[in-house]
Design a protein. Sequence first.
Length: 95
Amino acid sequence: MKKQVERDERTVIVEKSGFYYAYLFMGFALLINIAYKGFIMGESAFDLLAILVLSGFVSVIYQAKHKTLSRTWFKNIIMTFLIAVVIAIMIATLR
């Protein structure tokens, strides 16, 4: 019989990396689906967008609970929000 490998630090890291890549794939797949529904089919995709945003909130809440967020995290979120607002205003005025 083959000896089973015990769980060690390396197996935990590989397992978590697998979850990371799966989450990344699902996020981009949802974004592509949202863009397709919005631009090609002309349908609203707010339900899918809500799933994507809420999954991000789950991750942030978990990290905040375990105090693993970096010091510059809040500044980065504010800058990202401001850039998104500027882009949204530009898109709204061009329509």
